[in-house]
Design a protein around this ligand. Sequence first.
Ligand SMILES: *Cc1c(COP(=O)(O)O)cnc(C)c1O
Length: 345
Amino acid sequence: MAGLIERYIDRLPFELSDPIVSIEEGSTPLVPAPRLSERVNADVYLKIEGANPTGSFKDRGMTGAVSAAAREGAKAVICASTGNTAASAAAYAARAGMTCAVLVPDGKIAAGKLAQALIYGARVIALAGNFDVALKLVRELADRHPISLVNSVNDFRIEGQKTASFEIIDEIGSIDVMCIPVGNAGNITAYWKGYKEYGESPELNGYQAEGAAPLVLGHPVEHPETVASAIRIGNPARWEEAMAAVTESRGQIRAVSDAEILDAYTWLPANEGVFCEPASAASVAGLLKYGVSDAARERAEGQRPKVVCILTGNGLKDPDTAFDNVGSVIPCAPEMSAIEAAVLG
Ligand SMILES: *Cc1c(COP(=O)(O)O)cnc(C)c1O
């Protein structure tokens, strides 16, 4: 299977002769969710972005950003990250033979993501500050040194990420509604760009965690807090673009509480067999909380509306949050009677 730059080369600012850095990202599963569909009276699909090579959608942007950096002759990349960008940048830099440094908020990053960044060989710097501070610092650093910045302020990230829209439309045709978690707002920006380039206009609904909801409040949040660490961001870099995306698409950015996020996070694996990380579950939490809009139902003209929830990252990234929200294992002696009691309850 080809990576996404090769797959969509005609729609991306690359040539096949460029030094493309790919781990065959993209072409992720779009899985029907029958139980969720029943709950919201719509045909709901889950876009499993956790199936990308490092387990999140960030790989779509990273093949773009690191390929562009390679074309420019860059030897080093840097990013600020709540975790997944770090893991992805580290992997693509390793693939390209570049060095990589990542700045992460100290103590606020999921265990799996930290393990990934380290094992791919990045220099991992734990900043005594939050993501917004980290991003400001790496932007300044990249201005002062010959290091390529691969955060989603880099337009090649957006170019790579927009291909997810193409995949959805290529697979199931026009959709009515899309639900997506919003942190730094690069991804919702990218999806809208992709849909527009395809002449599509689904209603885009973005969801932020209540404690980190600057786009809902209309002002930056100085101390963002949420269990969904990937969207613990108080001042999104793509603020204007995200608001334009929802306005132009007749959607909204709304908030979901941590309790609602965790409900969706535990409900989805137990009912659809799909395990995503907490931030990703915000898309499903939002759909469950707010439902499908009357306007979207009207546009579907009597058909069941087609809804896609973007599951941005793999649940295995953050085992600690999983353990905190499920039952415990059942201890058992190696005897039949004990096993019967344990198995049969
Ligand atoms: C980065 C990330 C987000 C947020 O995407 P933005 O482009 O920052 O809005 C959501 N979920 C996961 C799992 C992420 O890694």
